[in-house]
Each structure stands twice: as C-alpha cells, then as structure tokens.
Design a protein around this ligand. Structure first.
Ligand SMILES: NC(=O)C[C@H](N)C(=O)O
Length: 308
C-alpha cells in the first residue's frame, strides 16, 4: 500500500502575508518528514509523531514552542495520539515545561496501562521517562505575549469563533501495512483559565484512528468540538457510506449550525484517499502521496509539487 501523510496547522483567520510563507514552509517540512518516515518503513504512528514534532518545534504554530498563553501568561499544552491497528491511545493535558507533548502522549500510550495523564501526574511520568524539563519561558514567544495582551484588552476571548487561536497542529497517516494513526497537539486557546482542557487530548474530539475506517485530526473551537465529538462523528459518517467530502461537510456543518462553532479537519480513509476541510477563514495544510506534495492555506489556492 502506498503511504500517505496529511498535516494541518490549525483553523485560522486570514493569515498575514509575511507569516504565510513561514507557515507554508512549516507544513511542507512536517509532511515531508512524515512521508520520509513512512518511505523508510516507519509505522503510521511514527509518521504522525514525527510530523507533529516538527510543528511543535516551529514557533509559528500554537503547539510546543509558540503555544498561546493562559490567563497567567503561561504555556499549558494538550496532545493526543492513536494507533488505528488496535485503537490504543495516549493523551496528556495541561502539561508545561516540556518541548514535545506529542512524544509524552505516545509514551502514555505505549508505556502505561492508561490512556490519559494530566498536569502533575503527566509531569512526573515525563521525568520518569527521561524527558528533560525545560524552563517554561523557552516555550513563550514575543508573538504569543502580544497575542495575550491584545486579547486581554479586547476582553473578547472564548468565542466559538476559533479564529484567534490559530495554529493547533495535527497529522494523519497510512503506512505500507495499512495501519492508520493520528496525532494532534496544541497550546489551546489564548487567555484560557488555568487548567482548561480542550478537545485536542480527548480521543473522539481532537482526533480518531481506526484501521477499519480511517484517521482524522481536528482543529477549531475546542468547546464546540468537544460537544459534538467532531472526530468520531466524522468517521461515523464515513462508516455509514458517505464520501470523505460529504462526511467532513456534514460534521463541520453540524457544529456550525448547532453551536456556531468553527473549525477544520484532515481526514484519511483506509485506502489512502484524503480530504481537508474547514469552516474557519483559512487552514494551512499539506498532504504527501505518490511522490507529490499538495499544500494550501486558503480555499482557492492549492499547490502541487514533486517531493524531494
Ligand atoms: N486552534 C485550535 O484548534 C484550538 C484547540 N482546538 C483548542 O480549543 O484547544
């Protein structure tokens, strides 16, 4: 089976011209990394972890370094990962002071009998696995500080309009053995309460993967995504025989009409077809398949290039 990887950089409002190129390059780097892992025989889980790690390390995105700040000006991150082979899953929430929450989520999946660790328990587990603790300030950027200041002045936080909280990252992949996986990672929403947990670490909301159906990673207004279980809802439509396009339109449409919640998703089925969809103004994405790299940010612009 030909491997496929698709990545996203979060539902967003229109992205300024000067950021656009950096965001596009981040998407290309992440998709290429995931695809190379698959081409070298890595699993779908390896590929989604690798792609998301690239984006957590990239300060342009709201995950890892560059995460948005909570009401106290701190970074608290959520992440989850799932292996479609056996539905094993790992998640962490409200984690601080580590570079790559997605790696910790994978360790929860593989090294504990649990699916989800939070806050101090997650921190203790990270230390026990040898994950280095870094100063929280290393995750903070000038842009995220300005973003929080602006949000506090406008007092407009927490609207179902996710568009201020751009940059959550995610990946879905299909490997040569027919396994699918997803990974999603985020700093959440700007000016959030301390301890707020969004959709991203919640399996069925922030993502889902099942070899019998496909894999999905979501982004957008977390509270809305949680209320409709956006990821599992979309896969339910696929199970019912809808096309990927129809399934994505139905679930995103329902979230919008029922809750005024905006968002986006990347969706892959078990035979390697994929679709990207969003109801926010924009969503950076890239997909690697058959030696080609497809990418875009706005609805009207898709680029196709040869992969190196
Ligand atoms: N931009 C995002 O996707 C934010 C994320 N879904 C959250 O609410 O935590």
């Amino acid at each position: 089976m030909d491997p496929v990887v698709v990545v996203h950089g979060g539902g967003a409002s229109n992205i300024s011209k000067d950021r656009k190129e950096r965001v596009r390059q981040g998407m290309v780097r992440a998709a290429t990394e995931g695809y190379n892992i698959l081409k070298q025989g890595g699993t779908a889980v390896d590929a989604v972890e690798g792609a998301v790690t690239v984006l957590e390390d990239d300060p342009e995105f709201n995950a890892g370094r560059g995460s948005v700040l909570n009401v106290n000006g701190e970074v608290e991150m959520d992440a989850s990962i799932m292996d479609g082979k056996d539905l094993s899953t790992g998640a962490v929430s409200a984690v601080r002071c580590i570079a790559n929450p997605i790696k910790l989520a994978r360790l929860v999946m593989e090294k504990t009998p649990h699916c989800f660790l939070t806050d101090q328990g997650a921190a203790k587990f990270a230390a026990s696995m040898g994950i280095p603790e870094i100063p929280g300030e290393q995750l903070v950027t000038e842009r995220s500080k300005k973003h929080l200041e602006k949000e506090k002045q406008e007092k407009g936080a927490q609207k179902a309009d996710c568009q201020k909280n751009l940059g959550t990252v995610g990946a879905v992949a299909l490997d040569s053995k027919g396994n699918v996986a997803y990974a999603t990672s985020t700093g959440g929403i700007v000016n959030k309460m301390v301890g707020r947990v969004g959709d991203t670490p919640c399996v069925g909301s922030g993502g889902y993967a099942d070899n019998d159906i496909g894999a999905i990673s979501t982004t957008g207004h977390g509270e809305s995504i949680l209320k409709v279980n956006l990821a599992r809802l979309t896969l339910f439509y696929v199970e019912q025989g809808k096309t990927l396009e129809e399934a994505a339109n139905l679930s995103l449409g329902y979230m919008k009409s029922r809750l005024k919640g905006l968002g986006g998703l990347i969706l892959l089925n078990k035979t390697g077809d994929w679709v990207v969809k969003w109801t926010s103004a924009a969503m950076p994405w890239a997909a690697a398949k058959d030696g080609k790299l497809h990418s875009g940010i706005n609805l009207d612009e898709t680029t196709i290039a040869d992969l190196p």
